[in-house]
Unconditional design. Sequence first.
Length: 329
Amino acid sequence: MNEFRVSVVVSARDAASTIGDTLDGLAAQEDAGDFEVIVVDNGSNDATAEIVEKHPSAPKLLRRKRGDGPGIARNEGAAAAVGDVLAFTDADCKPTPHWVAAGARAIRDADIVQGAVMPVPGEDIGPYSRTLAVVSEYGLYETANLFVRRPWFERVGGFSDWVGFSEEGWERRVKVPDRPFGEDAWFAWRARRLGARTTFSSDALVHHAVFAGGVKSFVAEQARLRHFPALVAKIPELRNVLAWRRYFLNARTAAFDLGVASLVAAAAVRSPFPIVAVTPYLFALSREVARWRLPLSREIAHAAAVVAADAVGFVALVRGSIEARAPLL
């Protein structure tokens, strides 16, 4: 039995295909004590609200007009909650049976708990599928699985939907296609700066839905990398816990950057020798392609898709770095 009263807050928009699984998972919680579920329908254009209303677990439903991001919707859900602990998950996630109980245990010695996220077991995951995995506390604090002590939520002021930042400190709201960006990380790091204790719980596990995708969406998705430099400008601490060598998003983007630089250098000096620096990227590319164990014909096509995606990501990071005045490549 939990020593805390837990309020689960789910922000949902156009989630008719998955919200039922989310509510089924919450209804199947074990050893969770007395907890409540609040679903905030954030202006859905599908049957999300109707599915919530008809679910046998009878969650509390709040309806909002379309227009604001999920952070604002979560704040409204938190304001209506009565629990000592606020547990956030998304409408495309299904909590495992001991999620609430494990999160409540973990927060006894912390103020914020990042819980584990893994794809739904048994789903067919391909190279272009979209899902989420969180296996450690690496700085982004995804609200797919996040527990927060209520006093800290109120002290920080909840979530702030934002994209865009400059050294002068101005912020601007930008409508990001399909999904939000960064509001959860910004909340957690504001709390950490004020002294909040954080931890990770592998026992507090939710399963994230797996969405099919294609080459076009896979490549286009990389345009969202434009926002990472702004996030790092806003949260410089991420250079030490998320970025690779502080100034690169990850090792593969660094290898791609080196490859681009080598091609430019080869053209500038009219010599093929600088091209040898493309080798680290070719190794990274081969590892990415090999892990899917595709037929040879599909390996070649997938390699081309990865190169195209990395090129889009490169342009996005350069653009974002210039806009935010914070280099992250």
